[in-house]
Design a protein around this ligand. Structure first.
Ligand SMILES: CC(C)(COP(=O)(O)OP(=O)(O)OC[C@H]1O[C@@H](n2cnc3c(N)ncnc32)[C@H](O)[C@@H]1OP(=O)(O)O)[C@@H](O)C(=O)NCCC(=O)NCCS
Length: 150
């Protein structure tokens, strides 16, 4: 099935919050935080659609004029996984971060999420630190990963 990628807009908030709550459970962002991210010009949020339905989304924040960027989130609904959608979302976001002047990007991932870690390693991210009990209320550590951008 073909996939279309586009920028997320404020009108996507309801759909994104529905996905956020079903995909991240205890780690789900609040509606206020998601709305603020969508409205932040330093952020780039993308959605992927199949047959007109949003099946994935991702976001990155790029420091203005600085070398740093941070992958904020990425998620794909279970039925649309392992089709390369997350890889393409990351590619599009990192290209845009690069064109905005970012030279490196960081992210945090739960240490108990080997699938996401495999995706990031495939794309050239390397683990650089562990943040103990970063994910609350579960008390799960975060692995901090970094990738140099061209
Ligand atoms: C992690 C996630 C975003 C991956 O999305 P996806 O669209 O299925 O990933 P892709 O199809 O682009 O995967 C690209 C490659 O990454 C690796 N990969 C992705 N998911 C993997 C998994 N569950 N186990 C092992 N490797 C995986 C594989 O090498 C894969 O290539 P392959 O399918 O040819 O083997 C998705 O599983 C998800 O939304 N999970 C729940 C939310 C989440 O954990 N988000 C990350 C928070 S840090």
């Amino acid at each position: 099935m073909s996939v279309e990628y586009r920028r997320a807009v404020a009108d996507d908030l309801d759909v994104l919050m529905g996905l956020e709550q079903s995909l991240f459970a205890n780690d789900a962002w609040s509606r206020e935080l998601m709305a603020a991210e969508l409205a932040n010009p330093q952020c780039l949020y993308l959605v992927a659609e199949q047959s007109g339905e949003v099946v994935a989304y991702s976001g990155i924040v790029v420091a203005p004029g600085g070398p740093e960027s941070d992958v904020q989130t990425i998620a794909v609904v279970a039925e649309a996984r392992r089709q390369g959608i997350a890889r393409e979302l990351l590619r599009l976001m990192l290209d845009e971060a690069s064109s905005r002047g970012a030279r490196e990007t960081f992210l945090e991932v739960r240490v108990d999420n080997p699938g996401a870690q495999a995706l990031y390693e495939l794309l050239g991210f390397v683990g650089i630190a562990v943040r103990p009990r970063y994910y609350m209320p579960d008390g799960v550590d975060a692995l901090v990963m970094k990738k140099e951008l061209p």
